[in-house]
Structure formats: structure tokens, C-alpha cells
Write a protein that binds this ligand. Sequence first.
Ligand SMILES: CC(C)(COP(=O)(O)OP(=O)(O)OC[C@H]1O[C@@H](n2cnc3c(N)ncnc32)[C@H](O)[C@@H]1OP(=O)(O)O)[C@@H](O)C(=O)NCCC(=O)NCCS
Length: 206
Amino acid sequence: MKRLAIIGAGGHGKVVADCAGFLGWDSISFFDAAWKDKLSDPRWPLLGDTSTFIRKINEYDGVIIAIGNCEIRWREYLKIKSSAIPITTLKHPSSFVSQYSKIGEGTVVLAGSIVNTDAMIGYACIINVGATVDHDCVLGDSVHVAPGAHISGGVTIGDLSWIGVGAAIKQGIKIGKNVMVGAGAVVISDIPDNATVVGNPARAMS
Ligand SMILES: CC(C)(COP(=O)(O)OP(=O)(O)OC[C@H]1O[C@@H](n2cnc3c(N)ncnc32)[C@H](O)[C@@H]1OP(=O)(O)O)[C@@H](O)C(=O)NCCC(=O)NCCS
């Protein structure tokens, strides 16, 4: 029996639980800060918040944080990083992850996505469904590449940045830390830290 704890019982958590089931985790429980207000899913029991998980840590073989928001995901990651339990990395069987890429602990690579040759992905990232991260990209920690976003070769993306659904990033671009790239944006020039950009070509949101 392989027992996985998932922190974050929202929609993304459910997708991560489904993926983990495919990968042989046969007992999966959720923990969530708002657990009292959420309905428990009969497939995966919701047992409490992160502190409850830390008290029950010996009952699990692995843990993963499944929260879409990059800042909150990173905060939860730091809370459990030093605990005596492996933080799991999940790669959906229908994704392609190059043998020459590196994926940090706590990262999920979801269905139909691609991480190509020599790409380096940090800790606690999400490569969401159908997203692509091409060769030689370097992603920091707690980056979220949303569904169907495409990152061309040699792009760097700083910690805590979020690339919106369906966005496209031109090759070699440098995206700073804590950047939000809006849904469908086409990024053809570098983006500084803390910016939000939208549109084609992507420009700072006024
Ligand atoms: C960019 C984003 C963060 C802005 O959110 P926000 O601050 O709440 O912005 P608002 O919805 O108030 O929109 C503000 C203005 O920006 C425009 N805008 C918002 N998002 C835009 C986008 N992606 N592309 C173009 N214009 C956009 C709105 O039309 C609005 O324009 P107006 O002032 O002329 O009416 C958000 O719209 C977005 O694209 N998020 C990404 C969502 C995503 O990828 N989810 C994936 C989940 S896995």
C-alpha cells in the first residue's frame, strides 16, 4: 500500500489525485486549510489542514502540494520541506519528460504535457495539461505553466511566475520572478520581476 497526502483539495488537487492513482498511489487523502467548508469527495477523504497532516505524517509515504496559486503553493511547500517524509514528484504517464531534463521535487507534470531535452524545472512547479516546455528552458521554483501554454526553447522563468492558459513564449525570452502572463498572451520581449502582461504582443497591464 502506497499512501499519498495531497495538500490542496480544489480542482487542481483532484487532477493531481487522479494522476497519482495512475502512478500506483493506492491510498490518497486530502488536507486543505479550508477543509471545514469543503465537501469530502468519496474517492479521496479530506482529513484536515496542513497541521493535521504534520501530526499524521507517519501514516504517509509521500506528500505533494496541489495548489494552483504559486505563492500559496510555495508557502505550503516550505512548511513541509523539512519534515521527515518525501515530497513526491508526479509525471503523468501520457506526458513526455526527456531523460535529459531535470524536474525538482514536488513538481507535477500533467497529462499530455511535454518537458523537452535539457529543460530544468524547479521545485513545486506545475506543468499543467497539454503545456509544453521546450529544450534548454530553465524554470525557477513554484512556477505554474497553465494548460496549453507553450514555452519555446531557451526561455528562463523566475520563481513564483504564472504563465496563463494558452500563452505562447518566444524562444530565448527571460521572464522575471513573480510575473503573471495573462491567458492567451504572446510574449516576444523580456518581462521584469513582478509584472503582469497581457495581449499579443504582450504588454504590461495598465
Ligand atoms: C491577466 C489576469 C491575471 C488579469 O486579471 P485581473 O487583474 O482580474 O484583470 P480583469 O479581469 O479585471 O481585467 C482587467 C482588464 O484587462 C483585460 N484582460 C484581462 N485578462 C486579459 C488577457 N488574458 N488578455 C487580454 N486582456 C485581458 C480585461 O479585458 C480588462 O480590460 P478593460 O479594463 O479594458 O475592461 C487574468 O485575466 C488572466 O489572464 N489570468 C490567467 C488565468 C489562467 O491562465 N488560468 C489558468 C488556471 S490553471
